[in-house]
Design a protein around this ligand. Structure first.
Ligand SMILES: NC(=O)c1ccc[n+]([C@@H]2O[C@H](COP(=O)([O-])OP(=O)(O)OC[C@H]3O[C@@H](n4cnc5c(N)ncnc54)[C@H](OP(=O)(O)O)[C@@H]3O)[C@@H](O)[C@H]2O)c1
Length: 324
């Protein structure tokens, strides 16, 4: 039996239950790992609350982690006992040990610690595909990134800055503005008190942005569309303030033949080749020091409920990890 955090019924952070669970031997195509660190992500709150339906009940919460391989199942050729690995996967992350499909794991380079890996696989690979594939950010572009001091936010800001963009970020407080600036944001907007559309117009001298990366959702829609220039891309990749309801397709026409997409990391890393290429691209920028992974908070696994309260209460910045 190993320590884990399970959800028996959906609800608030209080439904996260710290308990012992059975972890069996890996089956064909699977590996078993001893986890050194687990990632905390906003998506964990969606499964916990029921916004995203969990495939089974009860389930072990969490979608990301890093650790060492302790056993391999039949037909696994890519990994052996003792390998350092990390993953983004379906549920089961908040656990001292777990079994997962080998095809979802990647080997960790020597220069990347377990803690760093748990803080970056999901958020960093998301920033990777958003900025390089969903819309290709380039030199001189005005790029708006909401929640710029958050987990995906700080990585996306650094990466877009590295690619030569003029990075504009919204943040919930002055302290967060400093964090966003320290992570590559050229201009910050306090969107809880300032009109972010007016500020984007002012910062870009009326030119507006070819792309808006929006992980906030309900609170920033439809304002985000007003920050786009004609033919701009509304990249709606999350719902931290709640899901957008009744999306009005007609607005894309009236606001300048805009594009809108609702991408997910699952789609962009569905094949083994895509997963490995996305992870490698992230490892490259982190190992070069171009992108830093600020792990600003660490909680014990047993304190997962408090970690969720703090994430949903907008208390966290950068990455947060849980340690078994
Ligand atoms: N589609 C994908 O592939 C994908 C993958 C990873 C993450 N995501 C999404 O990306 C977003 C960021 O994820 P993350 O794990 O890095 O979280 P995070 O950004 O560290 O935390 C969410 C942030 O959203 C902001 N926010 C604005 N309104 C909020 C509200 N009403 N309640 C709570 N927070 C609010 C807060 O920052 P301020 O205080 O600065 O406003 C908060 O810190 C989430 O929407 C997540 O679902 C999507």
């Amino acid at each position: 039996m190993v320590a884990a955090v399970r959800v028996h019924k959906t609800g608030g952070p209080e439904v996260l239950t710290f308990e012992e669970v059975e972890v069996g031997a890996p089956g064909p195509g699977q590996i078993r790992i001893k986890q050194h660190a687990c990632g905390l992500n906003y998506i964990d709150t969606y499964f916990r609350s029921g916004l995203y339906p969990a495939p089974s009940m009860p389930f072990v919460s969490g979608n990301e982690g890093a650790g060492e391989v302790t056993a391999v199942g039949q037909n696994v050729t890519e990994f052996k006992t003792g390998d350092r690995v990390a993953y983004v996967s379906a549920l089961g992350g908040y656990s001292a040990e777990r079994v997962l499909p080998a095809e979802r794991a990647v080997k960790l380079p020597d220069g990347i610690s377990y803690e760093q890996a748990a803080g970056m696989m999901l958020k960093g690979m998301t920033a990777q595909y958003l900025i390089n594939r969903t819309f290709k950010v380039g030199k001189g572009m005005n790029v708006l990134i909401h929640a710029a001091a958050g987990g995906v936010g700080v990585i996306a800001c650094q990466w877009a800055n590295h690619l030569g963009a003029n990075v504009i970020g919204t943040v919930g407080s002055k302290e967060k503005a400093e964090i966003a600036k320290a992570n590559g944001c050229h201009h910050t907007i306090l969107y809880r008190t300032e009109d972010f559309v007016a500020r984007v117009k002012e910062i870009t001298k009326g030119e507006l942005c070819p792309v808006v990366y929006d992980g906030v959702g309900k609170a920033t829609y439809p304002g985000s569309l007003d920050c786009l220039k004609p033919l701009g891309y509304f990249v709606s990749y999350g719902n931290a303030s709640g899901a957008i309801e009744n999306f009005n397709l007609g607005l894309l026409s009236t606001k300048g033949s805009l594009y809108a997409t609702r991408p997910t990391l699952n789609t962009y890393t569905a094949t083994r080749a895509d997963l490995l290429a996305t992870a490698q691209s992230l490892f490259d920028v982190v190992l070069k020091g171009v992108v830093k992974i600020p792990v600003n908070r660490t909680y014990k696994l047993k304190d997962a409920a408090q970690a969720h309260r703090d994430l949903e209460g907008r208390e966290t910045t950068g990455s947060t990890i849980l340690v078994p």
